[in-house]
Design a protein around this ligand. Sequence first.
Ligand SMILES: [Zn+2]
Length: 51
Amino acid sequence: MPIRDPFKLQLALDHNFKVKICRRCGARNSWDAERCRRCKSRDLRPKRYKK
Ligand SMILES: [Zn+2]
């Protein structure tokens, strides 16, 4: 079901895609994180939206 409300859509995009994933343990971290909150690794990758 498509989301038509632009505000909710933006929220959904932020929630789903503005995260960083730890390459070491796979934990989700906040977009601003420089280190993994679980294993303290700096090897984070942004989770990107692909169509
Ligand atoms: Zn980690």
